[in-house]
Ligand binder design. Structure first.
Ligand code: MG
Length: 383
C-alpha cells in the first residue's frame, strides 16, 4: 500500500555535541537523515517531505543526491511547528496514511514502516514501542531520597508514528498554543484519539548524545548482512549480424538465439542478484512462455532484480561476470559493457567487473555453437 512520510530534521541537536547538526553527520558513509529517507522510500513511500533548518537546502540536496520523490521545507522554532509545516506540504489525500519520523533514528526497517502505515488505517494512530527493561529510579533534582517507580504499563515510544492525514491535521489544529509536544501521538491522544502500540525495534535507537554515534557506527556495520548469489546462462548462436552482451550490441557474424534479446551476460547477472536475495530465478519472474518478453531488452530483467533488492532496503554491492566464448572477442567491448552495467544499476565502475575467457576450443563454446556467461553478485541487506 502507498503512504506519505514526513522526516523531521529541523533540530539543532545541541545535546549531540560540537560539529555539524546531527541529522547531517556522516554515519557509516551516509548522512544521518539519508538513512531514514532511503528506508522510507524502500518501504514504498510515495512522497517524503523532509523538514530542515531554514538555509540548509543545499546540504539536503547533497545528502539526498540520487534519491527520488522527496522535497524539503523549512522547519519552525519548535518540533510541532516543523511537523505542521511538513504535513502542509504533502500532496496525499485526507484519508491516506502519513508517517512522521525523526531523522535522529536512522535504522528504520522498511517492513516496520509498512506495517505502521497499514495500522494507521485501522486506528487513530500507530507507533512502535519497546517495553521498559531497566528498573526505574526516581530522584528529584534537589537530591531527594531515591525511590523505585513501577515500570508496569510503561512503554518507550519510537518513530515513525503513523496517522491518517485528517486525524493528524485535526489534532494539531486543536493543540493549545504555547504548549510543547514531544511526539505526534501525544497530540492525537490529547484530541481523544486511540493509539495502537506496535512492536518496536531496538535498532531504531535515537541519536541524542555524542556516545550514541559510536554505538550507531557499530550498529550500522552489524545491522547489515552481506549475501552472495551466482548465475549461469548459455545461448546458442544462429544467423544474424551481432550479439547483445551486457546491454551492448557487438557486431558479429552471428546472433544469439533466445526468447528475449538473448543477452546471456545480463541473464547470468540477473540470476546472481535474484540468488543473493532468495527470489528464485529469471524464469520465475519473466516466464519464457509469456509473449510480452519476446525480443525484450534484458536490461528490464536486471532492473527488476535490482528493484527487488531496493524493496528489501538493500543494495547491490558489486558484480563480477565472466563471458565464455571463442568469438566475438570481448576485450574491445569490455569497458563499454562495464559502463553499461554501472549505469543500469547506478554503481561505481569499480564495483562492476567483466571478464572473458575461451575454453581452448573444447566443448560447445569451443566449437562456437554458443556462448556462456557466469556471474556472481554481492548484495547488502538489512540484518
Ligand atoms: Mg538466457
Amino acid at each position: 500500500m502507498g503512504f506519505s512520510a514526513v522526516i523531521v530534521a529541523a533540530g539543532s541537536g545541541q545535546r549531540a555535541g560540537p560539529g555539524a547538526a546531527k541529522q547531517w553527520r556522516i554515519l557509516a558513509g551516509k548522512r544521518v537523515a539519508r538513512w531514514s529517507l532511503e528506508a522510507l522510500l524502500a518501504a514504498g513511500a510515495q512522497e517524503v517531505v523532509v523538514v530542515i533548518p531554514p538555509g540548509h537546502e543545499s546540504t539536503a540536496a547533497e545528502a539526498f543526491v540520487g534519491l527520488k520523490n522527496w522535497i524539503t521545507v523549512p522547519g519552525g522554532d519548535q518540533r510541532h511547528h516543523s511537523v505542521i509545516a511538513g504535513i502542509s506540504a504533502l500532496t496525499c489525500g485526507a484519508g491516506d496514511a502519513v508517517l512522521i519520523h525523526d531523522a535522529a533514528r536512522p535504522f528504520l526497517n522498511p517492513a516496520l514502516a509498512r506495517g505502521l502505515a497499514e495500522a494507521a488505517l485501522q486506528h487513530d494512530g500507530a507507533l512502535p514501542a519497546l517495553p521498559m527493561a531497566d528498573t526505574l529510579k526516581h530522584q528529584t533534582p534537589g537530591g531527594s531520597p531515591i525511590s523505585t517507580a513501577s515500570r508496569e504499563g510503561l512503554w518507550r515510544a519510537q518513530t515513525p508514528q503513523a496517522f491518517r492525514r485528517e486525524v493528524l491535521e485535526a489534532a494539531y489544529a486543536a493543540w493549545p498554543n504555547g504548549e510543547t509536544a514531544t511526539d505526534d501521538a501525544s497530540v492525537v491522544e490529547r484530541a481523544g484519539g486511540r493509539i495502537h502500540l506496535a512492536p518496536g525495534d531496538p535498532r531504531l535507537m535515537k541519536l541524542t548524545y555524542p556516545e550514541d554515534f559510536e554505538m550507531a557506527e557499530a550498529l550500522a556495520g552489524a545491522s547489515r548482512v552481506t549475501r552472495v548469489g551466482m548465475g549461469f546462462d548459455a545461448h546458442r548462436f544462429g544467423p544474424g549480424d551481432g550479439v547483445w552482451l551486457c546491454g551492448v550490441k557487438i557486431p558479429h557474424g552471428q546472433t544469439l538465439i533466445g526468447h528475449s534479446d538473448a543477452d546471456a551476460g545480463l541473464h547470468a547477472l540477473t540470476d546472481a542478484i535474484l540468488g543473493a536475495i532468495g527470489e528464485g530465478d529469471i524464469g520465475d519472474h519473466f516466464p519464457p512462455t509469456d509473449p510480452q518478453w519476446r525480443g525484450a531488452a534484458s536490461s528490464v530483467f536486471l532492473a527488476h532484480a535490482a528493484a527487488l533488492v531496493a524493496a528489501k532496503g538493500g543494495r547491490v554491492v558489486n558484480l563480477d561476470l565472466t563471458l565464455i566464448c571463442e568469438r566475438p572477442k570481448i576485450k574491445p567491448h569490455r569497458e563499454a559493457m562495464r559502463e553499461s552495467l554501472a549505469a543500469l544499476l547506478s554503481l561505481p565502475l569499480s564495483s562492476v567487473s567483466v571478464k572473458a575467457t575461451t575454453t581452448e576450443a573444447m566443448g560447445f563454446t569451443g566449437r562456437e555453437e554458443g556462448l556462456a556467461a557466469q556471474a556472481i553478485a554481492t548484495v547488502e541487506l538489512p540484518g
